[in-house]
Design a protein around this ligand. Structure first.
Ligand code: CDP
Ligand code: CDP
Length: 423
């Protein structure tokens, strides 16, 4: 199985390292605490009495620094040029110095180099401040942990108390606020959430909940390698032959636990929409497509769900609702068939009964292969704004509301045509 690179960033005491360590155990991955590396640099500078303004001397120190991380059940042990500094680097003076040394370009360059080397092969969980933005911008998974400063201070205060350190809650909170500011306002690799990272507010979560959240998230996103390969080939086809354009791709949520509702103009719409989604999706497909056993196996493999048309197919409906309740994304063509232009009420029923939101998707020119190839047209897929089912003014479950919701969604889909007039 593919070995992922998992990036976890966030401010101090948001829960990164405890989560990363437990995840690494579950997945049998390597865990790298990059904060410990900056802390080791700070300690090395301090031991050698090198001022942080003295860049040439720092450069010389970096030539000589050797940081080794050893894995043990009790947590990682950090060795600085052969000496175990695990406890020392957690002390207050080094904590502050680590944030100060972390603004220096040559220090970051060296650390990032080391981190990339360790993570090259995958199967690694790295926590820090810039992992998702700088060290591994292409990481398979990116998480950004946050928690209120009061809660973070309390967590650190409890840790200090357990170690017998006498620090007041106020002192700890002041230090955290100072460090947050220093880390997020520096010029190089500041602490910030990567646009494609999933934010987790751990303020009222337990450590076990954090780990479960990430494990579930990763489990859901795991694409079978053949599915991944098909998507890759499809995307190339879409780019080369259809000159494809995705508009408002940023509206595709990181948590794809909703109904994908699209218009339908070509038999290629389902795979094309599947290809732009970050995880495997499920698709309703007319039962006639399942007549040929070989083809049936192929599309079933691609998560197609057979549906009888012309009347309510309770079995298919149940299956779809079940998938949605398990947070799987299901693609529904709202007009039912390619030839219809009327909304089918089913989507309204599914949305109201599962409470899942709807993501409108508009597809244009997927039926104009030759025009696209000849440069006259372009395949255009527009993602609409998420429709929050709970805020629709039609909450009662009845046929009339199902139909009204379906029509509302269909209108939203066709409004997206404005976004690709020039296609
Ligand atoms: O454990 P805690 O969250 O308190 O801090 P840490 O992760 O050990 O990081 C110590 C300091 O190193 C941070 O305040 C940052 O200034 C710096 N750091 C960084 O700049 N980039 C990273 N990838 C990790 C840490
Ligand atoms: O690595 P980072 O600085 O982001 O935080 P951490 O070292 O994982 O967590 C800081 C402290 O908060 C640890 O003592 C954790 O056991 C504790 N913690 C907690 O009590 N509840 C959570 N949900 C997360 C962390």
């Amino acid at each position: 199985m593919k070995k992922y690179v998992i990036a976890i960033d966030g401010p101090a005491a948001s829960g990164k390292s405890t989560t990363a360590k437990l995840l690494a155990e579950k997945l049998r991955y390597i865990y790298i605490d990059t904060g410990a590396m900056y802390r080791a640099c700070a300690l090395f500078a301090e031991e050698n009495r090198v001022s942080l303004e003295d860049i040439p001397s720092l450069a010389e120190l970096l030539e000589r620094i050797e940081i080794r991380i050893e894995y043990s059940d009790a947590g990682n042990r950090i060795f600085l040029n052969g000496k175990d500094v695990t406890a020392r680097i957690r002390e207050a003076d080094i904590t502050k110095l680590s944030s100060e040394i972390a603004v220096i370009g040559i220090v970051r360059k060296k650390m990032v180099e080391l981190q990339r080397k360790i993570g090259r092969e995958g199967g690694v969980i790295m926590d820090g401040r810039d992992i998702g933005t700088v060290v591994f911008p292409d990481a398979d998974f990116k998480f950004f942990m946050i928690a209120s400063v009061g809660i973070r201070a309390r967590r650190r205060w409890l840790e200090a108390r357990d170690k017998g350190e006498r620090l007041s809650l106020e002192e700890i909170e002041d230090e955290l606020i100072w460090r947050d500011r220093n880390d997020s306002t520096r010029e190089i690799a500041p602490l910030r959430k990567a646009s494609d990272a999933v934010e987790i507010d751990t303020s009222s979560m337990t450590i076990a909940e954090q780990v479960d959240f990430i494990m579930n998230y990763i489990g859901k996103r795991k694409m079978r390698s053949s599915y991944r390969l098909l998507i890759f080939l499809l995307k190339i086809t879409m780019r080369l032959f259809y000159r494809y354009r995705l508009i408002h791709g940023e509206r595709i949520p990181q948590q794809l636990d909703l109904i994908l509702a699209a218009n339908h103009i070509s038999a290629y719409d389902p795979p094309m929409i599947g290809a732009i989604m970050p995880e495997e999706i499920y698709i309703l497909a007319k039962i006639e497509l399942f007549r040929n056993p070989l083809f049936a196996r192929f599309i079933s493999y691609l998560n197609a769900i057979p549906v009888k048309r012309g009347r309510v197919d309770r079995k298919a409906l149940e299956r779809v609702m079940n998938l949605l309740r398990h947070d799987k994304p299901v693609l529904i063509f709202i007009e039912g068939t390619r030839k219809s232009s009327q909304a089918k009420a089913g989507v309204g029923k599914i949305a109201l009964e599962t409470g899942k939101d709807i993501l409108p998707i508009y597809v244009k020119n997927s039926n104009r292969f030759w025009d696209c190839l000849l440069g006259k047209k372009r395949l255009c897929i527009v993602i609409g704004e998420r429709i929050k089912t709970s805020s629709l003014p039609l909450q009662a479950s009845n046929k009339e509301n199902y139909r009204l919701i379906a029509e509302y969604v269909l209108n939203k889909i066709y409004e997206l045509d404005n976004e690709c007039q020039d296609s």
